[in-house]
Design a protein around this ligand. Sequence first.
Ligand SMILES: [Zn+2]
Length: 95
Amino acid sequence: MATYEFTCRADGVLARTMPLGEAPPAIDCPECGNPAPRRWSVPQLRFGDSRARRLITATEATAAEPAVVSAPPGRAPHRPRRPTADPRTARLPRP
Ligand SMILES: [Zn+2]
């Protein structure tokens, strides 16, 4: 399916979804009934679920258009080592 656009002189642009290649050169405007000729525009193909499509688009965008950051990522917060309850670890050499 593809979205085709038609232009009515009185009512503006009308969008209709039709199978590929089956758009007529003009449709009757539902508002005024005048013929609205087809307008050539960028194809708006439908690729299934819009949520899945948004995820695919966002994933593809990270390869070509990585997000702009204002600063390098910070260091991970220092976490002190947790002492173990085993007394044998006290005899191990320390760095
Ligand atoms: Zn019209």
